[in-house]
Design a protein around this ligand. Structure first.
Ligand SMILES: [Mn+2]
Length: 455
């Protein structure tokens, strides 16, 4: 009977081309990423596994806040990377077969009555027709079918908790197979860490929107930390992004000394700095950007000196983000520390003690970025950067209220973060639309925000 219904009249668990032609192009499974690319991800993933390996990836589970109140759902990153499928109560199986792979998607069959309550989901037919599963089965059959799939397997790749006290219902069928077990991350990370042209394009897009959002917020002269969060969210959404990619950090005045101030309950007073670390999400890819600026639009001398010390180090570190420098993320960190140490010494900081730089800059200067804000978790930061590596560069300085440091810099927190793609002899800076030079910040059109009564 479903063959009588045109695809555009069907409802799915996520935007697809048939229902959202304004969001996706023909052939795309998720915005910007084609069915061909998802196929090639699975193919490369399978090719990296030993013969007879079976990878079992459960979807993320819906997390509840209180009683029946749930948090927004987000698919598990490796599951999403290999399928584009954004529903809970699903499971992906990828079997390596000589020279090829077989993709089974377990999911919820269409169920009109249930969907009336929960909203539509995609169902088995779409799993095959749109998401190109070779086979689709009801999630209720998963245990029995897994047992039969694993009968002839040689290795099991999974992140399901298989410990003896595991409460995961899949633990039994998976351990009963008595196979050598390996985790998914190390197998999929080498693929995920190198971004494809389509992924780079998605990140370029989300970077552009995020950067423009920063310029608007800066020039608004806004002083309330909590109000900036929905304003940026609205701007990101209005530009076609899915809002904030992560809990934004909005820290003014002394709160800027907290690296992860996410309470966002403060209000800046005239003459203080504000730091925002935020990023939009688009098509499953995130931006990660930080800017610090004076809320009244004019840097004081001390603010400008300290800001430029960080900016100079940041710019020089960005210029190292190229294949020809053969540098790793850890190498970048050491490079940025050395630059910042020299700049701070010039400003009168006593940098002679061994712990001086880590007291002022306690965090790493960068991380991989992509589907996750801290992308490819567990992947080495000692790998020489090459084309397709997308990373952040985010030196900062956080001057404690301590006699050890020059008085006029105490209680200032400054971080400047761009995210970029490493290329052969330069970097593609995705967040370049967010101004960061002192002159450019001071020359933003501050009158707009002032007229609007600081929003
Ligand atoms: Mn970051």
């Amino acid at each position: 009977m479903s063959s009588m219904v045109s695809a555009k009249d069907l409802l799915f668990g996520q935007p697809v081309y048939e229902t959202h032609p304004h969001k996706l192009k023909p052939g795309e499974v998720t915005p910007g990423i084609s069915a061909q690319e998802y196929h090639s991800r699975r193919q490369k993933f399978a090719a990296s596994l030993p013969n007879g390996a079976v990878a079992v990836l459960p979807a993320a589970t819906l997390k509840f806040k209180s009683g029946p109140v749930f948090y927004p759902y987000r698919q598990e990153s490796n599951f999403w990377y290999l399928t584009g499928w954004e529903e809970p109560e699903s499971l992906t199986v990828i079997e390596k077969r000589d020279g090829d792979y077989h993709f089974t998607l377990f999911c919820r069959p269409k169920d009109e009555r249930q969907e009336q309550w929960m909203g539509p989901w995609s169902g088995l037919q779409a799993a095959k027709d749109i998401f190109n599963a070779d086979a689709a089965s009801p999630i209720s059959h998963v245990e029995a079918e897994l047992r039969s799939i694993l009968k002839n397997a040689s290795y099991l790749y999974t992140d399901v908790d298989l410990s003896t006290n595991s409460t995961d219902p899949l633990a039994r069928p998976l351990t009963d197979a008595r196979l050598p077990v390996r985790s998914i991350g190390p197998a999929v990370n080498p693929l995920r860490v190198i971004k494809s042209p389509a992924e780079i394009e998605a990140m370029r897009h989300v970077g552009k929107i995020t950067g423009r959002g920063f310029n608007k917020i800066m020039a608004s002269g806004i002083k309330s930390e909590s109000q900036t969060v929905p304003l940026m969210n609205l701007y990101f959404s209005a530009e076609g992004c899915s809002g904030h990619a992560y809990a934004p950090i909005v820290a003014s005045g002394r709160r800027g000394l907290f690296i992860h101030w996410v309470q966002n309950t403060g209000t800046a007073t005239d003459g203080e700095l504000m730091t925002i670390d935020a990023g939009a999400e688009y098509g499953g890819y995130v931006a990660d950007v930080t800017r610090t600026w004076p809320v009244n639009g004019k840097f004081s001398t001390a603010q400008k000196d300290l800001y430029n010390a960080v900016l100079l180090a940041q710019r020089k570190t960005v210029s190292m983000c190229r294949e020809t420098s053969s540098i790793s993320l850890n190498g970048l960190h050491r490079y940025a520390e050395a630059e910042l140490r020299a700049n701070l010494r010039d400003l009168g900081f006593n940098m002679s003690r061994g712990d001086a730089i880590t007291s002022l800059l306690p965090h790493h200067v960068g991380h991989y970025v992509g589907i996750d804000v801290h992308d490819v978790p567990g992947y080495s930061k000692s790998v020489p950067l090459r084309h397709g590596h997308c990373i952040t560069v985010e030196p900062g300085v956080y001057v404690p209220d301590d006699e050890r440091w020059p008085e006029h810099f105490r209680n200032m927190g400054i971080r400047i973060e761009d995210f970029l793609c490493v290329d052969e002899d330069s970097a593609i800076v995705f967040s370049s639309s967010a101004v960061k030079e002192v002159d450019d910040i001071e020359n933003l059109d501050w009158s707009v925000g002032k007229e609007a009564g600081e929003v």
